[in-house]
Write a protein that binds this ligand. Structure first.
Ligand code: PMP
Ligand code: GLU
Length: 398
């Protein structure tokens, strides 16, 4: 069959593809050290699972309102009020099938052919793909390791044209872990208001912040900023709930109404049982969030220590999320013991997987040639063994 032009251009998600490759190798009986997917290795806290079981027992197994049940939307609105001091009504909340779906909704509601969407690079793989699916053009603005991979106000202002529809900001950032300094966010917010550019603020890693960094919700910089902000977040990362598929947006009423229309035609509603689980996540005990964060913090320290000890590897310290994003380009042109010469990050990742059985994601997928991403959302044992193997692989290349 003749596929649509848009889909023919679409690449599969590189993070999911990298994980699939690792699994394929694993299925042949090889022990693979897997650092691809950004997915907490913890099980979903028990009280959240219990709430889902109770929801099933209570018969909450039918369609819900398209944008989610009002109790969940209220719980989401309440959490932003208490945690960040920003006031949204439940009517401004749209619950979707994961934050990825939320992003797709926002882009479909706002963007189309002829529009430009500013995306600081390195960016999460799906950003540019989802922009292109609307027919709009991603405008990639490179940030550097030296700037901690943060977009500056100056860079933002310089990228704005009459066609600019949106800025996509990801704080803390996947893949770099960059946690924006408050002053930089304020400057970006000031420019967004001055130039009247809406901002999609993807804050899904908001709860995974490490010492020395601070999280601020983008909508908290004032009413004029909030009017131009669409917050995206969800339960996947903070509550180890990737499989439950619950994400959300908080947005001005007109954007919310547009997304509600879309979602009612596309999916009817997010999973009813998962919605009840998400209420328990937001309103129940929060200790597990901090316990998991502390575990990620330990792993982060360990991983950064190991990377610092490898000659020629450079990185900006991640202030949030659970990724180490490091530059291996000083090794390009070298040859592995298996006789493979790698010239870029993608070739490097392929050789590393085939010869050392360590799975990383190439920086090429994030618009950052020369870099690779390691997700440390995995156990200490695997991190230790995987980093030994990575180090030996680099040592043995000549
Ligand atoms: N935004 C970012 C930056 C992410 O890393 C992810 C990871 N999956 C998502 C959004 C989507 O999360 P989910 O669809 O699992 O809620
Ligand atoms: N966001 C995660 C990652 O970057 C999960 C995979 C995906 O949705 O792309 O690995």
């Amino acid at each position: 069959m003749q596929l649509s032009a848009l889909v023919q251009k679409l690449q599969p998600s590189a993070t999911i593809a990298a994980a699939a490759l690792a699994k394929e190798l694993k299925s042949t009986g090889v022990k693979v050290y897997e650092f691809t997917l950004g997915e907490p290795d913890f099980t979903t806290p028990e009280h959240i699972c219990n709430a889902a079981k109770e929801a099933m027992d209570a018969g909450h197994t039918h369609y819900t309102a398209a944008t989610g049940i009002v109790e969940l939307k209220q719980a989401i609105a309440d959490s932003y009020r208490t945690e960040y001091g920003v006031n949204y009504t439940p009517q401004q909340v749209t619950v979707s099938n994961g934050a990825k779906h939320s992003i797709h909704n926002v882009l479909t509601a706002l963007c189309g052919p002829g529009d430009e969407v500013i995306i600081p690079t390195p960016y999460w793989v799906s950003y540019s793909a989802l922009v292109e699916l609307t027919g709009a053009t991603p405008v990639l603005v490179p940030t550097t390791e030296e700037s901690g991979f943060c977009l500056s106000g100056e860079q933002f202002a310089a990228a704005i044209t009459p066609k600019t529809k949106l800025l996509m900001l990801n704080n803390p950032c996947n893949p770099t872990g960059a946690a924006y300094p408050v002053e930089t966010l304020q400057e970006i917010a000031r420019i967004a208001v001055e130039k009247d550019v809406p901002v999609l603020s993807d804050e899904i890693y908001e709860k995974l912040i490490y010492p020395g960094s601070e999280f601020r919700c983008f909508a908290s910089f004032g009413e004029d900023v909030k009017q131009r902000t669409i917050i995206v977040s969800g339960v996947s990362k903070a509550y180890a709930m990737t499989g439950w598929r619950i994400g959300w947006t908080l947005a001005p009423q007109d954007v919310t109404a547009a997304m509600a229309k879309l979602q009612s035609q596309e999916t009817s509603n997010p999973c009813s049982i998962s919605q009840y689980a998400a209420i328990a996540a937001l309103t129940g005990p929060q200790e597990s969030v901090e316990t998991m964060r502390q575990e990620f913090e330990k792993r982060r320290e360990y991983v950064l220590g190991r990377l610092r000890a490898i000659p020629g590897v450079t990185f900006a310290e991640p202030g949030g999320a659970f990724y180490a994003f490091f530059n291996v380009s000083s090794y390009f042109g070298q040859t592995t013991p298996g006789g493979v010469t790698f010239h870029n990050s993608s070739e490097f990742c392929t050789a590393l997987l085939n010869e050392a059985h360590v799975a990383l994601v190439t920086g090429d997928a994030f618009g950052a040639p020369g870099y690779v991403r390691l997700s440390f959302a995995t156990s200490m044992d695997i991190l230790e063994a995987g980093l030994d193997r990575l180090e030996n692989f680099l040592k043995s290349a000549t």
